[in-house]
Design a protein around this ligand. Structure first.
Ligand code: MEV
Length: 387
């Protein structure tokens, strides 16, 4: 029976977590660790997740994407979903964003896309979908995403890789992340898991980077606008690695993000820390562009001091960071903090791993950047399309 398999990488934030929620710059890299999502028509007539009945309440990301891309009321059949992942869950490495990106892409592949011009994949010819350029559909609510009001008879259908789009996967993942984080979510996780490699978010369009698109979100703190970019490093940094140290403590992102919002509400002067993190991230971006990894590492350690000062670190994270520091260029928590993971930039990955493990952490090694969303099946046949 035909199935569709896709994958997306986890992510690790080098600079700017939490501050990016308030529109400050940030940098994240896609990790070697990935999630693979496989879908096929369910033989039992009900939604299945890894062989068991899918519990929609326990899987809000999956549920929200089904609502947007796979409407049962239009005849889309229940699917069987199978997930395999080497990204630890709830630990700051983007497991939910990677899942959302992969599942959004799998559903798009499964239905293909209606377009207004034969053979075109240009976004201006999309008859349906979500993307930063579309203002007629809202990826942040539960709409189905038809953007052109034309009878199906006047449209053309594309399938396979031609139907999938990184911006669409990322914006849909951002929508479900925002819902899970009470409306406060930056696009850093979703865009990095979709595009891969290194993603820079800024409050301005950075002329020396590749500008992908703009994202806007109305958060409880106001309207935030982010400019999303990709980075091409001049030299592939073969000699530096990321070592991730996992405390094994789950720390839900939504709670940590809400904690920062409360802190700023109670102590408005703390917004200065957020702005300082933005300035540090900006220095980090410059160091990265120069390929000056010693400076990148120092900047990461500076970022950690700021995150600690707003209560985002934890004794367990501090212990792993301290253990990693002597053998690395810099180390900090990564993601929401409070538990989860730290990251060290190092030229001695094995030595840094050994030190972190001695201090009680579990470790992973990754290159600095990996490929984004990927189709893993060679033959794709459309499972369902809106008619
Ligand atoms: C979580 O990976 C990063 C945070 O900045 C939240 C967000 O950007 O949405 C803590």
């Amino acid at each position: 029976m035909s199935y569709i398999a896709v994958s997306a990488p986890g992510k690790c934030i080098l600079f700017g977590e939490h501050a990016v929620v308030y529109g400050q710059p940030a940098v994240a890299v896609a990790l070697d660790q990935r999630i693979t999502v496989k879908i096929q028509v369910s033989q039992t007539g009900t939604w299945l997740l890894d062989g068991n009945r899918l519990n929609m309440n326990r899987n809000p990301h999956i549920c929200a994407l089904i609502e947007k891309l796979w409407p049962a009321e239009m005849g889309a059949p229940p699917l069987s979903i199978h997930i395999e992942s080497s990204i630890p869950r709830s630990s700051g490495l983007g497991s939910s964003a990677a899942l959302s990106v992969a599942f959004a892409g799998a559903l798009r592949l499964a239905r293909g896309r209606w377009i207004t011009k034969h053979g075109s994949i240009e976004k201006r010819h999309w008859a349906e979908g979500f993307g930063s350029h579309i203002t007629t559909t809202n990826p942040y609510d539960s709409s189905h995403g038809f953007c052109v009001d034309l009878p199906i008879g006047e449209l053309f259908h594309v399938s396979g890789a031609m139907a999938v789009d990184d911006d669409e996967n990322a914006i849909l993942a951002h929508g479900v992340e925002a819902a899970a984080q009470n409306g406060r979510a930056s696009p850093i996780d979703s865009s990095t898991c979709s595009h891969g490699e290194i993603v820079v978010i800024s409050d301005i369009i950075e002329s020396e980077l590749t500008h992908f698109y703009e994202r806007k979100l109305t958060t409880p703190e106001g309207n935030i606008i982010w400019q999303i970019h990709g980075v091409e490093l001049s030299d592939q940094p073969d000699e530096v690695y990321l070592v991730i140290g996992n405390t094994g403590i789950n720390a839900p992102t939504g709670k940590q993000v809400a904690k920062v919002a409360r802190l700023i509400k109670q102590h408005p002067e703390k917004i200065e820390v957020i702005e300082t993190i933005g300035k540090i991230a900006r220095r980090g971006i410059k160091a990265l562009m120069r390929g000056d990894f010693d400076a990148v590492g120092r900047t990461m350690s500076e970022n950690q001091l700021m995150l600690k000062s707003i209560g985002m670190s934890s004794p367990e994270l501090d212990a792993l960071i301290k253990a990693a520091t002597p053998s690395s260029l810099g180390a900090k928590l990564t993601g929401a903090g409070g538990g989860g993971c730290m990251v060290a930039l190092t030229r001695n990955p094995q030595q840094t791993c050994d030190a972190i493990e001695l201090a009680g952490g579990r470790t992973l090694i990754s290159k600095l950047g990996s490929h984004g969303f990927n189709i893993e099946t060679s033959e794709i046949s459309t499972i369902w399309m809106k008619t």
